[in-house]
Design a protein around this ligand. Sequence first.
Ligand code: GLA
Length: 737
Amino acid sequence: MISVKKIADELLFTLSTNNSSYQMKADQYGVLLHLFYGKKLNDADDLSSLIFMTDMGFCGNPACVGKNRIYSLDNLPQEVSGFGTGDYRDSMVALLHEDGSRAAEFRFDSYEILDGSYKVDGMPALYDTSVTKGETLIITMREVASEVWLKLYYGVYEKENIITRAAKIINKGQRNITVERLLSMNLDMMFFDPDMIYFTGRHAFERAPERVPVKHAKIEVGSVRGTSSHQYNPSFILCDHNANEEFGNCYGFCLAYSGNFIAAAQKDQKNQVRVQMGIHPNGFSYLLNQDEELMTPQVIMSFSDSGFTTLSQQYHDILRENMCRGKYKHEKRPVLINNWEATYFDFNGEKLIHIAKQASELGIEMLVLDDGWFGKRDDDFSGLGDWFVNEKKLEGTLKQLGESVNAMGMKFGLWFEPEMISEDSDLYREHPEWALAIPGREPNRGRYQLTLDMSRADVRDYLLGRMTDILSSAPIMYVKWDLNRSICDMYSHVSGKEHSGELYHKYVLGVYDLLERLLKRFPDLLIEGCSGGGGRFDAGMLYYSPQIWCSDNTDAINRLTIQYGTSFFYPISSVGSHVSACPNHQTGRTVPFQTRGDVAMAGSFGYELDLGKISEEEKEQVKKQVDRFHAFYNLTHEGDYYRLTTLENNDSCMAWAFVAKDKSEAMLTLVKTQSEGNPVPTHVFMKGLDPDKNYKCIIKDDTSVINSGSAFVNAGITIPSVMMQYESVIIRFEEAL
Ligand code: GLA
């Protein structure tokens, strides 16, 4: 709910969800002050009295307050902060005016309330469904000395406990302005001494949580790689120092954007925490002529006063329902086999048919043909950009291959890396100017490849044309959309030098545009996002691809950490996860086949190994795993997810559970990560069951016991047998009437 109260010459705005409130005030000077974000307030509450003003010294006073020395933009909690006019903390907006001055100071002008969610120009945003509908508050702010307007967007999703923010800047003046920094949000939290949890990593080891106290030295993470990156995810949590899965105040911030970003928290001199998130200002500057505007990506915020589990579930629900789109948002996605780790580039038509045949006999439902089917592409030195089928290698057309796969009762999917170009390609020979490279410099290569200038319409048209041809030539229902390098050497031959600071952003807009047009042409296509695994695992990509290949690391034990970190924000249905061969290709570790299946099942499930090389017993396991995946699909893809163990306290096992929304059934997975001689029992506390319901608890499909939900949650479950290292167990709970 959005409520606005006029009190004298001030306006009090309160955004309420079922469990949270967000309050701000346009004060008598038009400054938009942040008053509170946290547990739900009463309707009549006005937190203006929390604001404490004193002359702190060296904190100047805006002209509008006259001789009042205690009113300073430098220490008031604000919703927008500008550069150059007396707030010396980090700014949300920085403007360069035509006369060379740098100043941005915004005052309240007006507001409007819209029924429904707002859209973000050219970018993903939460949208309304029949189940969930947002409300929008738009506050229009006006720059004090130029004709620059700033619209602040607030989205409210009541029962989901979600509030979103975005901003749009509009140049209504006759003079050009350059936007040097425009973040999606600024939030100054007054009485809060939090930890920050961000998610860090590297290629093949993404999204490990790190938790640090927020102090006066800034904690800032981000990416200038052109993509959201493996190294830092565009999501973070601020929480009480003692917050854990079930306890404590915590706030989530998640940016629906797939390019350069920053996320920062820092205490100011008054111990208020300034929180910021948005497009990274490095390399960013945006020229706005008269009547031109620029909108930021959307930040999705959520609050829980009962720890991380609730916070994560709120994100899972909203992203699954209001960010993911298309046929496969809820429809069952096929269990796939991907040929990459089975063959790498070394395949031909016969091998692929053989893989498909073996897979179909085991119940696998889709063959995904990975890298190497196009142009001259037998290694990663060449071919990217030449999206023409290599029929010689396939020993036939793509249509023939797709139809043969279909004839086995399987669907067919295909890998693309649209944004890239190899120097050894016909496309590069024809259009070297389409690749990002700065004239007079040798471009940096990544995996031997260069990046296409996705800000160019002709590049996108070419890609759309090629992909449309290929996708309409054969029965392809799935595309793996990959990107295998970080981006630099940003220069466009068509943009003009005054627009060079816009290119990173325009690259991202270009990618979104191409994805949108492709999906318009093929609305039922299932896209799996990928960037060397999870290098672009963000809420923005989920708008186009309801699943994303989580990591190039398929080691089930490393995946415990990677999937654990991913689960804080992203729904389990979005986590691409496969059973692969052992010794594992990335780590050399050998893990039981069952464990590999159980870990992959906490995601969008598939296989990525040579089925010809596994034993008969393992083949039987594949059949069982596929059946089990189907049996549990509703739980894993639509149920509530619980982390039962933490990384910090992981002495000997990792465990998680899925509980049906109506609490009628549940499934718990436990993996023994360390073992010892003469072991103490393996024991785990369940979560999320209805304490008053009785459940039949079935361990490993053979032992069962009936007890109340309360008993399983409070007394836990002891695994009846000794568990060896890397062994896993699945425990099912069925409501016992
Ligand atoms: C990336 C992907 C892999 C595979 C290869 C193909 O690394 O993450 O899954 O598709 O590219 O080159």
